[in-house]
Design a protein around this ligand. Structure first.
Ligand SMILES: [Zn+2]
Length: 138
């Protein structure tokens, strides 16, 4: 296949993605396969992050206790750390993107099996974030 045929527009919609998953999912159509594939790809995402630290070394994780002892949520937010040092190299980033993409595939498959529209879920979460802001406490 021509490389240009593999390119996907950046503005692909959730609905298009969900429909495409429905069109191509054959082997793991059972809800049992779907939920276990979601577990598998959660592990693979975590493994890809860890391998970036322990094998490649492009990022480091330097974790310490988070400091919640501030006067306001805004102050707490501004002082929270993700504990990642450095930047993921292109090779590690590509692997992680593949694992995330596969996870999204099975998330869409789960939505299809249970008649849930991914766009609706995304929009509902987005609306909650917009309404609650930092008070969503996530
Ligand atoms: Zn790397």
């Amino acid at each position: 296949m021509d490389r240009n045929n593999l390119c996907i527009q950046n503005d692909i919609s959730c609905d298009d993605f969900q429909r495409q998953v429905d069109d191509v999912l054959i082997r793991h159509k059972s809800i049992l396969d779907i939920v276990t594939k979601l577990d598998e790809y959660t592990s693979r995402i975590n493994r890809a992050v860890v391998k970036s630290v322990t094998s490649c070394g492009c990022i480091k994780i330097n974790a310490t206790k988070q400091d919640y002892n501030k006067d306001s949520l805004e102050e707490i937010k501004n002082n929270m750390e993700n504990h990642v040092e450095g930047n993921m190299c292109p090779g590690c980033k590509e692997i992680l993107q593949e694992e995330i993409g596969a996870y999204l595939f099975y998330l869409a498959a789960l939505c299809n099996a249970l008649d849930i529209n991914m766009s609706d879920a995304l929009l509902k979460e987005y609306s909650n974030m917009k309404a609650l802001g930092i008070f969503s406490l996530k």
